[in-house]
Ligand binder design. Sequence first.
Ligand SMILES: *Cc1c(COP(=O)(O)O)cnc(C)c1O
Length: 372
Amino acid sequence: MWQAEVRVDLDAIRENVSRIRSGTTAEVMAVVKGDGYGHGMVPAARASLDGGASWLGVCTLDEALTLRRAGITAPVLAWLLAPGLPLDEGIAAGVDLAAASLPQLDEMIQASRRAERPAQLHLKIDTGLSRGGATVADWPALLEAAAKAQSDGLIEVVGVWSHFVYADMPGHPTTDRQLAVFHEGLGMAEEAGLRPRYRHLANSAAALTRPDTHFDLVRPGLAVYGLSPVAGETFGLRPAMTARAKVVLSKRVPSGSGVSYGHTYTTERESNLAVVPLGYADGVPRHASNCGPVHLGGVRRTISGRVCMDQFVLDCGDDQVEAGDVVTLFGSGADGEPTADDWAEAVGTINYEIVTRFGSSRVPRVYDGERP
Ligand SMILES: *Cc1c(COP(=O)(O)O)cnc(C)c1O
């Protein structure tokens, strides 16, 4: 028995990865950070590997170690590492690490000494995002220090990589500029005597639309989960997540009834209200108040009034609603339900955030499809 659940279709994840894979000669690193974009990191990782991914990408050392503790032995890259972490544990567990500065490289050298094993490093160059990565100005010094540490047997440079700015606009001129800077950075690495096996740059959008950016490895995240990074195009992907709940209470109220906190919604006639047990503690954005789309009884409806921590209300007019009826917030859209894209548009965010909000919540995740 359930009252609210997030269903994740592992076959969809597997097929999405397989589709991405068939569109490139590069290897595929499935990005499973953020609890697998809300889908559950470990099951998403297993389904991705089953679909043909040969790498997994995460942000934190903790995420990487969680994959290892789950018995996953595939190559893993962790790329967001504050100073002072037990990097030696990652190195001992065979987790590849991203380095973007001399202090980071230095920490990784020290950690390699402690682990008595050379860290496998991916040097990151900032090609224009101005987020992670060494600036072009700082790149030669990082390369030189890494080349020296490698020749001393302290570390191994496995990758050179960067990240795009315009995930949603693959034709944007910035993408071409970043690609040119990346080529320049690779040339400098070669001059420093580094020939990394993995050069990688492409996220989902680039993996799907820019084969000239694939190099040796692509790093799709969003597309793995069946969501499109480009508005209006599905690329044949199938959304893996469905969020739904059962009506806990249905009741007839008079016209003029203010609904939920702040009475931001008032019934315009006598109507049937349905109380749905999902709220912002579960991942429903509070910004979905009076605009979040749902599907109930074969009809699209809109949330009435404020989304609360645990619940929201639907004004169903004269439609019959019973406690126990299933309300679908979003899914693949195949049965007429809204999609994560519809939610993103309604609340003014991106599909990434809609699904990721449902990660690690109190709502049980249920897996459909073959579990590898
Ligand atoms: C999240 C992330 C990705 C995946 O991006 P998508 O747009 O979801 O495909 C790839 N690389 C890095 C560095 C990331 O942080």
